[in-house]
Ligand binder design. Structure first.
Ligand code: FPP
Length: 260
């Protein structure tokens, strides 16, 4: 396939340097299979430094790189990152444009490393309404990584959970009408197949940075039995150490799924 992103391929030494982080102790971890993250606090991080909000989003990409690395190292199976919500269109156009340029910027630098580390890229959300450059960069990465079976990195772009559920219901009603589905077959597992996250295990752990304690229309169906971990740390300051802290605390939680 043509390298439409004009990606500067790194040599193995550079990849090893970027992805290898020997200081962190990951022994005795009870690693969650699926970690979802609401990456909040970029704007405040920039504001605290007298910088424009977009500088916070750019710094946020560096945190994404660090967290993907440590997630690979910890053998997390799925990492879902809330990158741009259906509500984020309400922000000033310059900020929206800037956030939507980040996937391409990120992938044009890091895709080779992601490939070298067996990461598979996926996206959830309504891709049709995104700018062509965002859609093409993400689709290129999805195509280039589809044979990988390591960490699945899910980028949530133009994602909103209520919209996802409504869309699923509309498709489901069409299938009922067309007799591709019968009401008797309809259960939670079956409904889940109509969501963007079809085939994925629900998140085991949700991390939200930036101090707020809400879900902001993220994975409302999928988070029914997820463990939540909140921190005041702003996303650009979030580190491998905090990520491991969340994983360690997760390992101590007793998950009963409504049982005793
Ligand atoms: C919320 O912080 C953050 C966003 C809306 C954008 C998050 C995007 C990134 C971190 C870049 C990710 C890039 C890739 C390629 C995965 P906020 O702006 O609402 O912060 P505030 O609450 O301090 O204003």
């Amino acid at each position: 396939m043509e390298n439409t992103l004009k990606i500067p391929f790194l040599n193995n030494k550079q990849i090893e340097k970027t992805f290898h982080n020997p200081e962190e102790d990951i022994s005795d971890l009870h690693t969650p299979d699926h970690v979802a993250i609401i990456m909040d606090g970029n704007g405040r991080w920039a504001g605290n430094r007298g910088m424009p909000r977009v500088a916070g989003h750019k710094e946020g990409v560096s945190t994404v790189v660090k967290i993907v690395k440590i997630a690979v190292k910890c053998k997390v199976k799925v990492l879902t990152l809330y990158t741009f919500s259906t509500e984020n269109w309400k922000r000033p156009k310059s900020e929206v444009d800037s956030i939507l340029r980040l996937p391409k910027e990120f992938l044009s630098i890091y895709l080779p490393e992601l490939i070298a580390n067996n990461v598979r890229i996926e996206a959830i959300g309504d891709m049709e309404d995104l700018p062509t450059h965002t859609r093409e960069a993400v689709q290129y990465a999805i195509d280039r990584t589809k044979v990988n079976d390591g960490l699945q990195l899910n980028i949530a772009l133009n994602y909103g959970s209520r919209h996802e559920i409504l869309k699923a219901m509309k498709k489901m009603f069409t299938d009922l009408n067309d007799e591709k589905l019968s009401l008797d077959d309809l259960d939670e597992q079956h409904f889940s197949k109509y969501l963007y996250t079809t085939g994925l295990k629900d998140p085991d752990l949700l991390i939200r940075t930036g101090g707020e304690k809400r879900l902001s229309n993220f994975l409302l169906w999928q988070l029914a039995y997820t463990e939540f971990w909140f921190t005041d740390v702003l996303w650009p300051d979030f580190s491998e150490t905090e990520f491991l802290h969340a994983l360690k605390e997760y390992g101590q939680r007793k998950r009963r799924y409504g049982g005793i």
